[in-house]
Design a protein around this ligand. Structure first.
Ligand SMILES: [Zn+2]
Length: 113
């Protein structure tokens, strides 16, 4: 997700879909990864437009929109992590999470502008 920070909140300006870097279908269903070279490319494109990567979104097929332990383990401070739960192939719930200083996810309020 590209956007900017202001007044302790983040504004998403644009979302840029990327491919799941996990190669096996089974891994793809259970976890997500963005290849570092893609992340760098997106970072540069964002900067060219005075935006930043402010977070990452991914889906949880047939699971709630709650971060998994591997989501927490791989997460960076300052990014927001939006998770969409997708039961039976249909997007249902969307939640946003951000790490606190103890590296625990706290849910964030989402405001649709
Ligand atoms: Zn996840």
């Amino acid at each position: 997700m590209l956007g900017y920070l202001a007044n302790e909140s983040k504004t998403v300006v644009e979302v840029m879909p990327t491919e799941n870097a996990w190669s096996e279908e089974d891994s793809k269903r259970r976890r997500y990864a963005i290849a570092p070279e893609i992340l760098l490319k997106v970072q540069k494109q964002a900067r060219d437009r005075s935006l930043n990567i402010i977070g990452i979104y991914h889906s949880h097929p047939d699971n709630p929109a709650i971060p998994s332990e591997s989501d927490r383990f791989l997460a960076w401070q300052e990014y927001s992590y939006i998770i969409v739960s997708v039961p039976n192939g249909k997007a249902l719930e969307l939640k946003s999470w951000c790490l606190d200083k103890n590296h625990q996810f706290q849910e964030e309020e989402i405001e649709i502008a």
